[in-house]
Design a protein around this ligand. Structure first.
Ligand code: ZN
Length: 416
């Protein structure tokens, strides 16, 4: 029998394992709490992953990011993030030789649970073919699929020619420290698949981004001269951003408005705020440079300030609150992209779609710091970072099948 039919039969017989493991991971919180604290609580979830890998006879390297030489003073390390008690896991399966090596990278941390999740953020309920819960889509469903894919290859006794390295990393959601530490620890390969919810598209590119805080101060609405309520200034800036978002393909999206005032706790509306601030997160094209994005924003704001007398007395202050995260590009015809696309088509018997992933990911770090060509791939679902997050159960199965075929095709395999 061919590798594909063996893999298909095994995955079909063991279909329930992916969902069961994904539910275990979702029930175990692993929230990235920064910047609301200086840490994250990924350890319990990593224990589940580690046990699974040890049971499969992988050797597992468990390490804390800040123990890695060169990590703490690396220019891409986000200052202030505390990595104590947050182990990264890297499992290696050494090939017999002569094949290409492959990293599969998934993050175990999630954003914080939000109020309003139906059934609770960690209930891991299954409804209408979807698994719900914080991290289900981003990216515990993918991680479960990858672990079961590896179990499948192990139980079929396939010997890989190239090395297979599985990275289960912490802190993707804020500082990307987990993957940075893996790269600095020396993990690199001929190719990497970064697990993120791509809706089953194969993504050799992802967007970049940068965040600013825009602030201005009084007089408040009560004191302000007629027609110059501070919120009118805010409205003018928002309108300028709306036009900027539509004007150029360099800007892919503008999000993360979090309006705050110095009187946030006063719900009576009697005390007038003296200062206002909100965040601007700009997502830019994969190939855009930081200076291109900076100048587009600055020009749009300057035009806005000149176009109305609302800013005659004072122009707002603009401050960078998150460094530029560059976009990621691997050529569509790179051998890795072709191999994953071929594997997808062989596994699922439908054409693969190549696309740009509309969010920032760790693929940039793997490729630039880790010198490992990277593609992004994962299941479909919805509610990423929203109160109700969900992953399509059938897609987890498709991810596992595609990963099995990609590993076999990229690394080379023989029956043991
Ligand atoms: Zn995320």
């Amino acid at each position: 029998m061919s590798a594909l039919s063996n893999i298909s039969t095994w995955l079909e017989e063991n279909k329930g394992q992916i969902l069961e493991l994904a539910r275990d991971l979702v029930r175990t919180p692993s929230e990235n709490l920064f910047p609301h604290g200086d840490h994250g609580n990924e350890a319990a979830c990593q224990r589940i992953v580690q046990q699974y890998l040890v049971d499969l006879k992988f050797s597992v390297d468990s390490f804390v990011c800040s123990e890695v030489e060169g990590f703490d003073n690396h220019p891409l390390r986000i200052p202030g993030v505390n990595y104590r008690g947050r182990p990264n896991l890297v499992a290696s399966y050494t090939g017999t030789g002569g094949g290409r090596s492959l990293i599969i990278n998934g993050h175990v941390d999630t954003v914080r649970a939000a109020n309003g999740a139906v059934g609770g953020a960690f209930s891991a309920e299954v409804r209408n073919g979807y698994l719900f819960g914080r991290g289900s889509l981003d990216t515990k469903g993918s991680l479960a699929a990858a672990l079961v894919a590896i179990r499948c290859l192990r139980e079929l006794d396939l010997r890989l020619a190239g090395d297979l390295i599985l990275e289960s990393v912490v802190d993707e959601e804020y500082g990307a420290g987990g993957t940075l530490a893996c790269c600095l620890r020396g993990y690199r390969a001929d190719g990497a698949i970064v697990l993120e919810p791509t809706q089953l598209k194969i993504c050799p590119r992802h967007v970049g981004g940068k965040q600013w805080c825009l602030s201005f101060s009084g007089p408040g609405a009560i004191d302000a001269p007629r027609g110059s309520n501070p919120l009118y200034r805010l409205a003018a800036v928002l309108d300028a951003l709306r036009l900027l978002e539509k004007k150029t393909d360099i800007i892919k999206g503008i999000t993360t408005f979090r309006l705050q005032t110095d009187q946030q706790e006063d719900h009576s509306c009697i005390v007038d705020p003296g200062s206002w601030e909100f965040l601007i997160w700009i997502e830019c094209a994969a190939t855009a440079s930081e200076s291109e994005v900076d100048s587009l924003l600055h020009r749009a704001l300057q035009e806005c300030y000149r176009s109305t007398d609302l800013f005659r007395e004072q122009t707002p202050t603009l401050e960078v609150t998150f460094r530029f995260c560059p976009g990621h590009v691997l050529a569509d015809d790179h051998a890795l992209v072709r191999s994953v696309a071929d594997s997808y088509e062989t596994a699922l018997k439908r054409p693969a779609e190549i696309a740009e992933f509309p969010f920032y990911t760790d693929a940039f770090l793997l490729q630039t710091v880790g010198k490992t060509p990277s593609v992004i791939f994962g299941p479909g679902g919805g509610g990423m970072h929203a109160p109700d997050e969900f992953v399509k159960v059938e897609d987890m199965h498709s991810v596992a099948k595609t990963l099995c075929m990609s590993i076999v095709q990229w690394c080379g395999a023989t029956n043991g």
